[in-house]
Design a protein around this ligand. Structure first.
Ligand SMILES: O=C(O)C(=O)Cc1ccccc1
Length: 309
């Protein structure tokens, strides 16, 4: 059995893994991070493997160190986690599922520390943004950490008296912190959607609701995005998400009309739609889209998370 003294980093990944009966699932963060809870919800009884960065979680799957990765992709308050959209494209893993997690932030501090003693608070930027109103009311300055549980760990290990952390109640338990306040997020409907990633795709079915995630790019021109979205509308396929990201390697392209002289940004469009790739209407929609898309990749076709939060 391999033992890790800390989270995996992309430069220190071991090359082999011993066989174990439990599924090994990489997540970004340290113990007590929401991503760990998401990994355990996605794969009950798994061995959740902490990674220091998102890249390391992708690489851990690619190098067979773990079996799956579970990564946050969007949040009901903060929106998309753009870094993970970019990584989905740069790596060749497949989306094999999604899991939604209700996120309930707590304000944590060392025992004996009162709210009035706090000057600043540490947490993941998304968590800080989700607690904006509460933290402003308390007059606390904010500092970002790689994940919420790392903030809790740092406050505990350094026995800080003037610094709190925004993290989960399980992080409080793990690092021996006191919960000063519960549910400090500005909106009680705080849900994060995580993707389950694997080296191989799953075979799409029709026996339960499926969703498909794709990424594509288009020629520049009037109405092209309208035309792209019409391939779904024409077949009564509902879209649940659309996200655009600039194409990094060739961000600017001159207009074909040289008199005009304008330059355009090229974009990638990430779309989630409510259909399985086993359905003919989904296959037809993508065949239609391919006729004019300059690039198209299916990231995965997977069961919708319909569990109650
Ligand atoms: O920092 C964590 O604990 C994470 O897993 C990322 C995150 C941050 C804020 C809300 C949901 C997930």
């Amino acid at each position: 059995m391999l033992c890790y003294s800390g989270p995996l980093s992309s430069t220190q990944l071991p090359n082999s893994v011993s066989a174990g009966s439990r599924l090994r699932v990489a997540y970004q963060g340290v113990r007590g991070a929401y991503s760990e809870a998401a990994a355990e919800k996605a794969y009950p009884n798994c061995e959740a493997v902490p990674c220091d960065q998102f890249d390391a979680a992708f690489e851990a799957v690619e190098k067979w160190i773990v079996d799956r990765a579970v990564l946050p992709i969007e949040n009901s308050l903060g929106g998309s986690i753009h870094r993970n959209y970019d990584l989905l494209l740069r790596h060749s893993l497949h989306i094999v599922g999604e899991v939604k997690l209700a996120v309930r932030h707590c304000l944590l501090a060392n025992h004996g520390v009162r709210v009035e003693d706090l000057q600043r608070v540490l947490s993941h930027p998304q968590a800080l943004a989700q607690c904006e109103n509460t933290l402003t009311k308390l007059g606390l300055s904010r500092e970002a950490t790689d994940d919420t549980a790392l903030a809790a760990k740092y406050v505990a290990f350094n026995k800080l008296k003037d610094t709190g952390a925004v993290a989960s109640s399980s992080a409080a338990k793990i690092y021996g912190l006191n919960i000063l306040a519960e549910d400090v997020q500005d909106d009680c409907d705080n849900v994060t959607r995580f993707l389950m990633l694997a080296r191989e795709p799953i075979i799409p079915g029709v026996e339960k609701p499926f969703k498909t995630s794709i990424v594509f790019s288009l020629e520049e021109g009037p109405g092209v995005l309208f035309k792209a979205l019409a391939v779904f509308a024409l077949r009564q396929i509902n879209l649940t998400k659309i996200e655009s990201r600039p194409l990094r390697n060739q961000p600017l392209r001159a207009s074909d009309d040289s008199n005009n002289g304008s330059k355009y940004f090229d974009y990638l469009f990430y779309v989630d739609f409510e259909a399985s790739m086993a359905e003919e209407r989904a296959q037809n929609a993508l065949r239609h889209l391919k006729e004019f898309a300059t690039f198209l990749r299916v990231l995965g076709s997977y069961p919708v998370d319909t569990t109650m939060l």
